[in-house]
Ligand binder design. Structure first.
Ligand code: CTP
Ligand code: MG
Length: 258
């Protein structure tokens, strides 16, 4: 069984929207819902655990109640750091789960293919993360603004979510991090601390995390593109029908058209 934990208990400070950014609507639907639907439409996914701030739990439960397309889900309270939110989610995972995915609620553009590849690689290797090759030159800079190092770009990958793990491995990683009082910037870094290899699965550049206001424009554009493609498929037959009628009309003699 595959369970996905969605950390959504942040405050979205960098978005400066005054509300948790995952509640903002894009292309007519809240970001959180867009993300949950992506995973609900994936046949390889069985359960969802949505982790929101304690004071948002009831409101989110109510908001999701009417959404019929969702896979079975729980809404639970998170913590003050993303890592604590995921840790809370991990405690609520169904015992029948063998693979746990963690996915930022703020990444609504994830593709079915990326979700499926991460699940498959996690089953095979134990730990798998979606990532894309770094496009920019990245420098290590000290506290005085002086460049210390320029890591070779060919070795750099920009890490995303989903990140997928065998359940016992992720539990061990979270337990050790808590024991050692360590905060990692992603879930895989806690697994790396166990000395366990983490496999990179090539993801997609469009799977961005909605973080600052300009990201809203980019994500909205991609979501609209997706809807347009769907709409085109839907109206394809209508247009073909119309075109056939026009053609027939045009080919009739003039007196017929009066
Ligand atoms: N998150 C969480 N619990 C926290 C902090 C973050 O569940 N205590 C979630 C966010 O809701 C988000 C994901 O982790 O879906 C990635 O975090 P980030 O992009 O940093 O979101 P925020 O923390 O909300 O944003 P900011 O750092 O700008 O305040
Ligand atoms: Mg944050």
């Amino acid at each position: 069984m595959v369970t996905v934990i969605f950390p959504a208990a942040g405050q979205g400070k960098r978005m400066q929207a005054g509300v948790n950014k995952v509640f903002l609507e894009l292309a007519g639907k809240p970001i959180l819902l867009q993300t949950l639907l992506k995973f609900s439409h994936c046949t390889a996914v069985d359960r969802l655990i949505v982790v929101v701030a304690a004071e948002e739990v009831l409101f989110i439960r109510r908001a999701l109640r009417g959404v019929s397309e969702l896979k079975p889900y729980k809404v639970i309270a998170g913590g003050t750091e993303r890592q604590f939110s995921v840790a809370n989610g991990l405690k609520m995972v169904d015992p029948a789960t063998d693979i746990v995915l963690v996915h930022d609620a703020a990444r609504p553009l994830v593709s079915q293919q990326t979700i499926e590849s991460v699940i498959a690689e996690a089953r095979l290797s134990g730990a798998a993360i979606a990532a894309v090759r770094e496009k920019n030159t990245v420098k290590v800079v000290d506290g005085n603004g002086v460049v210390k190092k320029t890591p070779e770009r060919a070795q750099l990958w920009e890490v995303q979510t989903p990140q997928g793990f065998k359940k016992e491995l992720l539990e061990a990683a979270y337990q050790k991090a808590a024991q050692d009082d360590v905060l990692g910037t992603d879930d895989a870094s806690l697994v790396e601390r166990l000395g366990v290899p983490v496999k990179v699965v090539p993801g997609e550049y469009r799977n961005i995390k909605v973080t600052t206001p300009e990201d809203l424009l980019i994500v909205e554009a991609f979501l609209r593109e997706g809807r347009l493609e769907k709409a085109k498929e839907g109206i394809g037959s209508v247009i073909a029908d119309l075109a056939a009628k026009v053609e027939k009309h045009m080919s009739r003699p003039m007196e017929d058209k009066k």
